[in-house]
Design a binder for this molecule. Structure first.
Ligand code: NAP
Length: 259
């Protein structure tokens, strides 16, 4: 049993859908005050309303995580609404699938801004608050794609997710001065709105290539994020946790068929 995180103030970027929504649900169920951040107001407000209807404390702030002013506003709004900030879950991300031969350089820049620059902006914006509070937690949502695996069409995405882990190492050192830990969850294939857009064939093939024979649930990632945010994880920083149902383990298709 982890020490309660009741009443802690938590930001979840990309909390309106998919993995972020799952992270928000897990934290809200533990009594944390959750600020959902995303660009789309309808889905964001609906996600916050769902948490409130379930008895949680939640709010929504419109934010584009690739924009510095917008991220600063998110942190300020959260501190105003909840009286402080304890945890930043920098989760928002995009994964358009385009092979390099077809990719406009602008698409590369957009993916880097949404997935990688955003990690820096989200961390930077929290530092003054964490400094004031005497500590804090950052949890990044990276991926197995990039740091461990490759997939045609995701050169930019994989680079951004590996980049997050490069950022993590130095961020962990700089943040230690403020008693802040930073760690990353590396999801495999998690059933989300974004993944659904890749089509049923993709989902079926992926499920078949996972030893546990199913796609992950968003709460599987939420639980890992909750652990990194807990008091019990206070001596863990600069680390990663793969949550993928064993997907990166099999050496070959035959190995999976042997199960
Ligand atoms: P999703 O279902 O497409 O949801 C993405 C979320 O991010 C939405 O709330 C979206 O809201 C928000 N978002 C996107 N761009 C944003 C921006 N510029 N500013 C603010 N919010 C933004 O995606 P998901 O599958 O849950 O993925 C979430 C994270 O997990 C991503 O970082 C992804 O790389 C990572 N991940 C996912 C999987 C998977 O299997 N699903 C696997 C590994 C890693 P708006 O569009 O309204 O802004």
């Amino acid at each position: 049993m982890l020490t309660s995180i009741k009443d802690r103030s938590v930001i979840v970027t990309g909390g309106s859908k998919g993995i972020g929504k799952g992270i928000a649900q897990v934290f809200a169920a533990q009594g944390a005050k959750v600020m959902i951040a995303a660009r789309g107001e309808v889905a964001g407000a609906a996600a916050a309303a769902e948490l409130q209807a379930a008895g949680g404390t939640a709010d929504f702030c419109r934010c584009d995580v690739s924009d510095w002013d917008s991220v600063q506003h998110l942190v300020d709004r959260t501190v105003d609404a909840f009286g402080g900030l304890d945890v930043m879950c920098a989760n928002a991300g995009a994964f358009p699938q385009t092979k390099m031969i077809d990719m406009d350089p602008e698409e590369w820049d957009d993916v880097m801004a949404t997935n990688l620059k955003s990690a820096f902006l989200c961390v930077k914006a929290c530092i003054p608050q964490f400094d004031k509070a005497g500590g804090g937690r950052v949890v990044l949502t990276s991926s197995i794609t990039g740091p461990v695996t490759g997939y045609p069409g995701w050169s930019h995405y994989g680079a951004s997710k590996s980049g997050q882990l490069g950022f993590l190492k130095t961020a962990c050192m700089e943040l230690s001065k403020y008693n802040v830990t930073i760690n990353a969850v590396m999801p495999g294939n998690i059933y989300t709105e974004g993944l659904k857009d890749l089509g049923q064939d993709y989902l079926n093939t992926m499920a078949a290539s996972i030893p546990l024979k199913r796609l992950g649930d968003v709460k599987d990632i939420g639980n890992a994020a909750l652990f990194f945010a807990s008091d019990e994880a206070g001596y863990i920083t600069g680390q990663t946790m793969v949550v993928d149902g064993g997907q990166i383990i099999p050496e070959s298709l035959e190995a999976i068929e042997e199960i």
